[in-house]
Design a protein around this ligand. Structure first.
Ligand SMILES: Nc1ncnc2c1ncn2[C@@H]1O[C@H](COP(=O)(O)OP(=O)(O)OP(=O)(O)O)[C@@H](O)[C@H]1O
Ligand code: SF4
Length: 276
């Protein structure tokens, strides 16, 4: 049997991270979910197929890393020394960060299919797929390709503003149409954590994500405020976020969200972090 056919068969749970529009924090949510899962001792893969602006390498401090081709397929880049956290992104393959932006639909679709089938993840507990924003042809190809691997479902990220919520409505409809289960909705950038006193203030309206989740009868996974120190932690020392994510005020919030996702996938979540 073709060895590449078996790559996704070695993955226990597949979770897609989707958003109706760009810049709402989809990659941030994917990164934090991955870090919380790895902290639980899970083996995690993060597949960044956001071809319009792959931001996952930067979030894991892996900008400039190279992937190499082995006889079994593409070998992912590991973000931690224990090799529990594997990352694959188009960003690792592009000569120039802006190259993929000008690709036409069929080229993007072919690239995504290749990513989904050719990465030699080894055994994984979770594969998180960071998708492009919206519901484009790329999303349809992902849904079709993944169908035989029974993805556990999608985490949908929104911000509280009405414009983002109307886009997320399309995302929820899309999941229902292509029969991808919806694990729940995350409302990101909901309130602002003051860097001086850590007080959280609401700058936009809040609760829209929760209301939308209720309207579609899906779970609300949590509300995440804007924490300006997050960027500092991500950018620190060329990317030590993998080791410092527990210092963020968002860490306990994302831990709770991860617990809900893990339980929805029928898996156990330890109350204490398993890895140091
Ligand atoms: N809760 C938050 N607090 C502070 N900064 C945040 C938060 N969420 C996201 N950001 C920042 O906002 C920017 C956009 O986030 P991110 O790249 O995760 O969005 P995205 O939805 O994946 O965007 P795109 O679709 O363009 O890739 C990043 O610089 C990220 O660090
Ligand atoms: S929340 Fe408090 S410390 Fe922060 S800016 Fe407002 S008044 Fe100042």
């Amino acid at each position: 049997m073709d060895p590449t056919k078996t790559h996704l068969s070695q993955v226990k749970h597949i979770v897609l991270v989707l958003s109706g529009k760009g810049g709402v924090g989809k990659s941030t949510v994917a990164t934090q979910l991955a870090l919380s899962l790895a902290e639980q001792g899970k083996r995690v893969g993060v597949l960044d197929i956001d071809l319009t602006g792959p931001s996952i390498p930067r979030m894991f401090g892996l900008d400039g890393s190279q992937v190499h081709q082995a006889s079994t397929g593409w070998v992912p880049v590991y973000a931690d020394s224990s090799k529990r956290l594997a990352v694959m992104s188009l960003g690792f393959l592009l000569q120039n960060k802006d190259d993929a932006v000008i690709w036409r639909g069929p080229k993007k679709t072919a690239m995504i299919k290749q990513f989904l089938q050719d990465v030699a993840w080894g055994e994984l507990d979770y594969l998180l797929v960071d998708t492009p924003p919206g519901t484009s042809d790329e999303h349809i190809s992902i849904a079709e390709f993944l169908r035989e691997y029974n993805p556990d479902g999608a985490v949908i990220v929104t911000t509280p503003q009405a414009v983002s919520l109307s886009d997320v409505r399309k995302e929820l409809n899309f999941c229902q149409k292509v029969k991808i289960p919806i694990l729940g909705v995350v409302e990101n950038m909901s309130g602002f954590v003051c860097p001086h006193c850590a007080e959280c203030s609401d700058i936009f309206s809040k609760g829209g994500g929760e209301a939308m989740a209720a309207e579609f009868h899906v779970d609300f996974l949590g509300r995440v405020p804007i924490d300006p120190t997050l960027t500092t932690l991500v950018e620190a020392d060329g990317g030590s976020f993998v080791n410092r994510f527990t210092e963020s005020s968002l860490y306990p919030i994302f831990r709770e969200i991860t617990e809900k996702v893990v339980r929805k996938c029928g898996d156990a979540f330890a109350s204490e972090a398993l890895s140091s």
